[in-house]
Design a protein around this ligand. Structure first.
Ligand code: USQ
Length: 379
């Protein structure tokens, strides 16, 4: 297959590409390095300054084609041209600003998140409609689109009975940041194009991801863009870094916020499963992409217990929640579809946390301690 990966420099995008290097698919990688640029301007740094994609793929020898294009998916002409030239079988769309705190910093960043994310999704899907409607679009959405409703969260759709009639709708959604809201709007856009023009799309509602893409060597050239700071880091990766820096784990508010989490290994596997299960023309498949539910406090306790085994004493500190989110709520999200299609989950355990911590410790001297405490407030 010809696979176009948009956002190939990111934590997930690069891990996805690295996983597919061992296949014989033709891989076309795209990124505009905007996450690196935003991180730099906000003085946030990844654990490891990984080389640019162009450099990283230079020495890779594989059966299929491997090409990199530095371009911005929010520029219509550029994305249209690349789709026209490649005519991909699959497009995997990671090319979005992925941070809730980033989207809440100020007007400029709020707009930049909305603009970038919606414009990119529009450009991609509109180009597919015009040029290559048989292509399978796989798009990374987020569990945060659903928010924390007081009813069970279904997988994408909800059957509603109203005054003796019934119909199926997208599950009601209510994001708790502008970033999450941009993903809700993405889903609406994708659903419109799918039903209107008979495209084949998969939207993956993913929970917070943790861990490292498990290249045997995990050497610097293949390591993903691992972030731990207050703006770009996800909670478990942050807790592990805080622990190895002898900083208290920053539990926001009560710590009873529950989310569905997923190991990056499983995240990549889910996308491969989605690739093998192309929707029919005019069908939008939605999967809830996480494997286990935890409260923030449970995660913190697990990190404390695990790292005690390698003689790291961890303190947990409840800090005032910088976000506006429910801290005590019902949460029961369905996630059986990917399992039915063969996903075997890598469940979070002590060994895994120790493994991530040991890897991070190699780069301890790179960690910027002043980027750990939360600085972006929702209000
Ligand atoms: N949290 C803490 N302490 C911290 C950081 C976070 O208690 O130091 C809490 C947050 O308040 C939240 C939970 O941990 O309740 C998860 O926060 P997160 O920063 O790991 O995740 P979030 O901002 O929701 O976003 C991340 C990714 C995003 C993805 C999303 C999936 O950055 O790209 O879409 O996870 S989900 O959360 O299911 O929407």
């Amino acid at each position: 297959m010809k696979i176009l990966i948009l956002g190939a420099d990111g934590y997930l995008g690069w891990s996805m590409a690295a996983n597919l290097f061992s296949s014989s698919h033709d891989l076309f990688l795209v990124d505009n390095y905007s996450k690196r640029k935003h991180m730099k301007s906000l003085k946030r740094y990844p654990l490891l300054e990984t080389p640019l994609v162009k450099k990283r793929i230079q020495n890779i020898k594989r059966k299929g084609v491997t090409k990199f294009y530095q371009l911005d998916c929010s520029k219509y002409v550029d994305i249209h041209k690349i789709i026209k030239n490649i005519m991909p079988d699959v497009v995997i769309h990671f090319a979005e600003l992925p941070s809730a705190p980033f989207s809440m910093i100020n007007t400029t960043n709020s707009w930049e998140t909305l603009r970038n994310n919606l414009q990119s999704t529009f450009n991609i899907i509109h180009s597919l409609k015009d040029l290559s409607p048989k292509t399978h679009l796989i798009k990374l959405g987020t569990m945060g689109e659903y928010g924390t409703p007081n009813i069970d969260i279904e997988e994408g759709w909800l059957n509603i009975k109203h005054k003796k009639r019934s119909d199926r709708f997208l599950y009601p959604r209510q994001g708790s940041s502008l970033y999450h809201t941009s993903k809700i709007m993405d889903t609406d856009l994708i659903w419109f194009y799918t039903r209107m023009y008979g495209l084949s799309c998969t939207d993956l509602m993913q929970g917070p991801v943790y861990g490292l893409y498990p290249n045997k060597k995990l050497d610097d050239d293949v390591a993903p863009l691992f972030t731990y700071d207050d703006i770009f880091g996800t909670v478990l990766n942050r807790f592990i870094i805080q622990a190895i820096m002898n900083q208290p784990l920053t539990v926001y508010g009560t710590g009873n916020q529950i989310r569905g989490y997923i190991n990056i290994l499983d995240s990549i596997e889910c996308i491969k499963i989605a690739m093998k299960n192309k929707p029919k023309r005019g069908e939008l498949k939605i999967y809830n992409q996480f494997t286990e539910q935890f409260s923030v406090l449970e995660l913190a306790e697990l990190v404390r217990k695990s790292l005690k085994k390698i003689n790291i004493n961890v303190n947990i500190k409840k800090v005032k929640n910088p976000r506006v989110e429910k801290e005590n709520h019902y949460y029961n999200a369905k996630h059986s579809n990917l399992k039915k299609l063969g996903l075997k989950a890598n469940k979070l355990n002590e060994k895994m946390i120790i493994q991530i911590a040991n890897y991070c410790m190699k780069y301890k001297s790179n960690i910027k301690i002043n980027t750990i405490m939360p600085k972006v407030k929702w209000k």
